[in-house]
Design a protein. Structure first.
Length: 246
């Protein structure tokens, strides 16, 4: 059994993989020390994993604490720490400095290329919205980054007087009150970036969306989309299977 761990900007997600099948994904926030204690309790109920693959874009201390927790529970587990590379699993990184590409973006590209043959435009809608394009022959064309939906809303509320920040499910339409106008405007800002970038791509690209707000973003796009919430974890599963022909 493999334990796959994705440390994002705001949440820690994990699942197991056995015989090529992923278990349901679990997630916790990690803003407080008690969150790691909750993780310890959850992991202590797992069977002994053979492999542990971890991807982290969080601060280094959290990643090290998570690894230390895993090694305390399973001292003999084989640890894989995913890193972006110039070439892996048939994908060629477009970055001049390949390790500067966020490892979550890299893993999503590897999984997209493996599981969705053809030209693919990968959009991850979480704390940030990232977009990366990869051709059918594995050439990464580069990408874009903008703030995620909540980050845009929070920045607007923090830097503008008298604008409320209330929970509201955004819709891709005009609004007649301030709260929905903010939520809808933020959603359409992200959708506009994705739509314009997709329009600029030459060739037939499948639009593949992942991340916590994938369904919201997908609903705002007047384009065919495929939702796959587990791309980063699927990329981690690949990392556990070998060298990737680097």
């Amino acid at each position: 059994m493999k334990l796959l761990v994705d440390l994002g900007n705001s949440r820690l997600k994990w699942c197991t993989e056995q015989d090529g099948r992923l278990s349901p994904v679990n997630a916790i926030d990690y803003k407080h020390a008690r969150d790691l204690e909750a993780l310890r309790q959850s992991w202590s109920e797992l069977a002994q994993p053979r492999d542990l693959a971890i991807s982290s874009v969080a601060h280094g201390a959290l990643a090290q604490d998570t690894i230390a927790l895993a090694l305390a529970l399973w001292p003999k587990v084989t640890l894989y720490q995913a890193q972006s590379a110039a070439y892996e699993y048939g994908v060629r990184n477009a970055y001049a400095e390949p390790t500067k590409l966020g490892v979550d973006r890299w893993l999503a590209l590897l999984a997209a290329h493996r599981h969705y043959p053809g030209n693919v435009c990968v959009v991850d809608c979480g704390t940030a919205v990232t977009l990366d394009a990869v051709t059918a022959d594995g050439q990464h064309l580069g990408g874009l980054i903008c703030p995620g939906l909540n980050l845009m809303r929070n920045a607007l509320a923090a830097n503008t007087a008298n604008l409320p920040l209330k929970a509201y499910t955004p819709q891709a339409q005009l609004a007649n009150a301030t709260e929905p106008a903010i939520a809808n405007g933020v959603l359409l800002a992200a959708a506009g970036m994705v739509a314009l970038a997709a329009k600029q791509l030459t060739g037939n690209f499948r639009l593949l969306i992942t991340g916590g707000d994938a369904d919201l973003l997908g609903s705002a796009l007047e384009l065919p989309v495929t939702i796959d919430s587990d791309l980063v974890l699927k990329g981690l599963a690949l990392v556990c299977r070998g060298s990737g022909n680097r």
